[in-house]
Ligand binder design. Sequence first.
Ligand code: FMN
Length: 328
Amino acid sequence: MTRALAALYRTFYAGVLSRLPEPTAIALGQTALRLLPLDRLGAFRLDDPRFAVTLGGVPLPNPVILAAQYYDPRILRRAMGLGFGAVTTKSITVDPRPGHPRPNLVRTRTTAGPGLVNCNGFQNPGLAAFRASIVGLPHRVPLIVSVAGESVQDYVTLVEALAPLGDLVEINISSPNTRLVYAWSERPRELRAVLETLGRMSPRPLIVKISPDFADANERHIIPAALEAGVRVVNYGNTRRIEEPRLSQSAGGLSGPDIFPATLDNVRRTRKRFGDALEIVATGGVDSADKAITLLREGARAIGYFTGFVTRGPILARRILEALRRGV
Ligand SMILES: Cc1cc2nc3c(=O)[nH]c(=O)nc-3n(C[C@H](O)[C@H](O)[C@H](O)COP(=O)(O)O)c2cc1C
């Protein structure tokens, strides 16, 4: 049954969604998510106590995570009933941001499959409005609150206000579309100070989300700094920065299956280098059950995806869990 649903969604994506102008497809997809009570259907979930994992000490019912992109509480609430073991919010900034002008999202299609390039630029309602919007959100599964800042003070303000409303906090230092956070990877000493400060004050476990564009700095400076600050979860990682003339910024972050080989390499290398001291959330290019299982076998504690949710549909989480059940 789920195989048929997956095939149906692929046909819908190829025949309808991917042919619409991007803003129309986004509006359609998000409206459907808000309106259709998919989370009440059992078809998208699979519960099995053997799937349980912990992330930074927080229990997750399974290791499949929806990666950062949505801030609308109606969508977050739905996503929590679509099979994921945890759901991540969009990266929230202290002040509201309109994001970059359109075109800020385009599709790619290579032999690896359908992907996206975005220069969203942290379009979000800002700390105060976002905080108010999620105060009453039930946590059917853990909520990972993602934050993005350009100073220690920004991160302290964000973590103070949002951590109590989440189960874990993800420190985004890796989105490539604004200098806002991307530059952190080039300032490891200052980043270390940020992580130490947050490690001391956060009431929730921290995740650092790192960039596949800085593999060397990640392994030499950033992961060691995180571990020394008591942060033991790394999300590896964000989109890969590429030139893209169709976008308003002429560059953006590539996501989807083209970045999967790098995700796999990054997981293998960091697992080998840092051992069990580090919990890795492997994100980047997961659009099939096979890819998810491969990353978990290579030592990821959990896997995350966003593009696969769009291109393979909400049934993907269930497909991954079915494959996981076959393997346990
Ligand atoms: C439109 C769009 C918006 C995104 N916004 C965020 C964000 O706010 N914060 C963040 O950490 N990652 C963001 N991401 C990155 C995803 O969370 C994910 O790390 C990346 O897309 C790689 O995974 P994927 O190939 O499964 O999509 C965004 C990705 C896309 C495509």
